[in-house]
Write a protein that binds this ligand. Structure first.
Ligand SMILES: NC(=O)C1=CN([C@@H]2O[C@H](COP(=O)(O)OP(=O)(O)OC[C@H]3O[C@@H](n4cnc5c(N)ncnc54)[C@H](OP(=O)(O)O)[C@@H]3O)[C@@H](O)[C@H]2O)C=CC1
Ligand SMILES: O=C(O)[C@@H]1CCC=N1
Length: 278
């Protein structure tokens, strides 16, 4: 019991909340409340409720984790605000600024209540298998103990880094938050290309998936930088060089990725309500 993760009040258990919950359940999580309209069940001794109003007042979470879509969080503020006087709030919402969330919670509390502590994190879905990447930011009001608790929860599902400037969260979101989708797209396109160029579908799928997975694992386990690993595959005058001359042309992947990341970061800024910058 001593090593268990603290009880959480998880608000929203879809793709991202579910990925974190899967990781926490594997690590051992103290009895927690999960609020979600769709999740079919959670294992005992955890409790699944369909609405924030169903969480008993007697519940004392160690951390409240906000994982609804950014546009849907305001609807739960008044129900969860009383719990935010007992525990810090960890928001994984793209875009929504920590100060804005703290203000919304404060507005939902009786006048004179202390301001709840909100910590922001941008995790990603490989958290479900303990391979996540989470980047965190806290306003100065967060105590070292609250920051450590946040690190502990997110470390249980992968790597954790902290930033000192909340503005950086938009680019972080565009790279590590959305990034798994770019990698899955690479696997999809390799598979489709293999089929289009004559491979049996099952073989195209197998080689695309294992190539993406194996390359990622080699980069992490081998500790070499990505450029060295790329060069190690690229025999002078060989096949890879031909492909990379296409992909690395300035107007190909370098331009496409920079444009894509800028677009995602811009959307993150829009979700915050801030005026977009390019
Ligand atoms: N998906 C990802 O890879 C990542 C997502 N994020 C962030 O995580 C958050 C969640 O994203 P994601 O998991 O993809 O979204 P999902 O829509 O998959 O999950 C959110 C869940 O919360 C439920 N929910 C919302 N409001 C309530 C409510 N009041 N009562 C009960 N259930 C509720 C939703 O139900 P319903 O649909 O009916 O509203 C849904 O099941 C977003 O803010 C996103 O920015 C961060 C990093 C990565
Ligand atoms: O697409 C989104 O808005 C969320 C945030 C990062 C990943 N998914």
């Amino acid at each position: 019991m001593a090593d268990m993760l603290p009880p959480v009040l998880l608000v929203g258990c879809g793709n991202m909340g579910g990925a974190m919950l899967d990781g926490w359940l594997k690590e051992g999580l103290a009895p927690s409340f999960i609020i979600d309209r769709h999740r079919p069940s959670v294992p005992a001794p955890h409790h699944l409720v369909r609405s924030a109003d169903e969480v008993p007042d007697s519940f004392h979470p160690g951390m409240i984790v906000l994982a609804t879509k950014p546009q849907k969080v305001d609807a739960v503020m008044s129900a969860i605000a009383p719990f935010a006087l007992r525990a810090p709030v960890l928001s994984v919402l793209a875009g929504r600024r920590s100060g804005d969330l703290a203000d919304r919670l404060t507005d939902a509390l009786p006048a004179g209540s202390p301001m709840p502590v909100v910590i922001r994190a941008m995790p990603n879905t490989p958290s479900s298998i303990g391979q996540g990447m989470s980047v965190c930011y806290a306003l100065p009001a967060a105590t070292p103990t609250q920051r450590a608790l946040c690190t502990r929860l997110l470390r249980a599902v992968g790597d954790v880094a902290w930033i000192d400037h909340e503005d950086q969260m938009d680019v972080v979101t565009a790279i590590s938050g959305s990034g798994p989708a770019y990698v899955f797209l690479l696997a999809e396109l390799l598979e489709e290309t293999g089929v289009a160029q004559g491979l049996p579908p099952a073989l195209a799928r197998q080689i695309a998936r294992q190539t993406v997975a194996g390359a990622g694992a080699l980069m992490i386990q081998g500790g070499m930088d990505a450029a060295t690993l790329r060069r190690n595959v690229t025999s002078p005058g060989g096949t890879t060089q031909q492909a990379l001359e296409v992909l690395m042309a300035p107007d190909a992947w370098p331009a496409a990725l920079a444009t894509a990341v800028r677009a995602a970061a811009r959307r993150s800024r829009e979700l915050s309500g801030a005026s977009p910058v390019s």
